[in-house]
Design a protein around this ligand. Sequence first.
Ligand SMILES: [Zn+2]
Length: 85
Amino acid sequence: MHPSLSAHRHTYDRILDMTKKRMGMDKIEVTPESLEAGLKSYSYYECVQCKQPFFGGMKVCEAEEEEREFKKEDLVCPGCIPLNP
Ligand SMILES: [Zn+2]
């Protein structure tokens, strides 16, 4: 669970929904156990522009990027990423 999202119950419900959909895409059967594992293995961010949670990738990939400087302004969903400036 992303710490900045944990305070928002509504956001959490949306993330649950997105996780279920994502698991469907990955052909994982949704059970309470697999859902919990899914919530831990996928990471979500809140878009700084539209304030909607979006899928940020698998948490395993995140570790590799840890050294990269992470700016909060960069947390925009695919729908809000500006096209070539
Ligand atoms: Zn957005």
